[in-house]
Design a protein around this ligand. Structure first.
Ligand SMILES: Cc1cc2nc3c(=O)[nH]c(=O)nc-3n(C[C@H](O)[C@H](O)[C@H](O)COP(=O)(O)O)c2cc1C
Length: 282
């Protein structure tokens, strides 16, 4: 087996690096192991040229380190991603990777059977924000199996590999070592998670229906002797099924066709705003 550790933190030997190393060292010695520090790489922001939509091979025009990351993600059978929470969200290195996934999403069958584990370090209880859900986008968009997600409360460097956090990482490593499609390690206690993608970001409607912000799965909120639980209304609602992915691609291609058709009109509308120039620059 081949395992890739992706670390997104500027801190050398910080909590994310140690968590990723702990995960990798808990996996069998015979496995081939590699690590990449995402935050050191040249990953330019998507420039919204939509060239990837026009191309057969769905490749990106930007020539930076994205190909290197992708090559390694395709090389690996198992991928562990470790990043800190910054201002209630995932670290910028992870965000830059996510921002470049549009052309890669179409290649999701190449990621089938791969498994992904997430380790999120955060400093203060209750301040973990949406980092976990932002990172869940990676396995979801690429169609990888989720081995689990460990939330590591870690204010001092090294805290991610101490006490309960160390136990949590070892449990996560066990799930990552296991077969793809197994029960993911998501120790969220009694928090209701989306049964499809394990996100905590749910919209709750007055008619007692729920919908997942991340995967768009949904269903009914039902009350039982143990309290409320989420009933799933079937895979049809999940935006990451093969069928919905085809529908999404069709919508994008249709938008591209309409853009080409109405290009002159769009330019004219934009032109009406050209005289308004209140920009300031440093
Ligand atoms: C700019 C910045 C923003 C942060 N924002 C949060 C936050 O919103 N919530 C939180 O719990 N911790 C926050 N932290 C703390 C880190 O998530 C925490 O210290 C983490 O363990 C650092 O991991 P690292 O050593 O891998 O970088 C922040 C740290 C920095 C430097």
């Amino acid at each position: 087996m081949k395992v890739l550790g992706l670390v997104s933190s500027p801190r050398r030997y910080g909590n994310s690096e140690l968590a990723a190393k702990e995960l990798l060292r808990s996996l069998p010695d015979g496995w081939e192991k590699r690590m990449i520090r995402l935050s050191d790489l040249d990953l330019a922001p998507c420039k919204a040229c939509y060239a990837c939509l026009a191309r057969e091979g769905k490749s990106c025009v930007l020539r930076d380190d994205m190909d290197f990351v992708l090559e390694h993600m395709l090389w690996a059978d198992k991928i562990a991603i470790a990043a800190p929470c910054y201002i209630l969200g995932a670290h910028d290195g992870v965000q830059r990777l996510i921002g470049r996934l549009m052309p890669v999403m179409e290649r999701y069958p190449s990621f089938a059977g791969k498994q992904c584990a997430l380790a999120i370090s955060y400093g203060l209880h209750g301040w973990e924000g949406m980092a976990r859900e932002e990172m869940l986008k990676i396995p979801q968009c690429l169609g990888m199996g989720l081995a689990g997600a460990a939330m590591l409360e870690a204010i001092m460097p090294g805290d991610s590999v101490r006490g309960e956090n160390l136990q949590s990482l070892r449990e996560l490593a066990k799930a990552l070592e296991g077969p793809c499609g197994g029960e993911p390690y998501t120790p969220e206690g009694d928090t209701l998670l989306c049964p499809y993608c394990r996100s905590r970001l749910l919209t709750i409607k007055p008619d007692r229906n729920w919908r997942c912000v991340l995967c768009d799965g949904g269903g009914a909120i039902v009350e039982g002797p143990q309290g409320f639980s989420l009933e799933a209304d079937g895979q049809a609602g999940n935006r990451f099924t093969a069928e919905r992915r085809v529908g999404h691609e069709k919508q994008l291609q249709e938008a591209k066709r309409r853009f080409i058709e109405h290009k002159a009109e769009i330019k004219e509308l934009q032109g009406e705003y050209r005289q308004d120039s209140w920009w300031v620059a440093p």
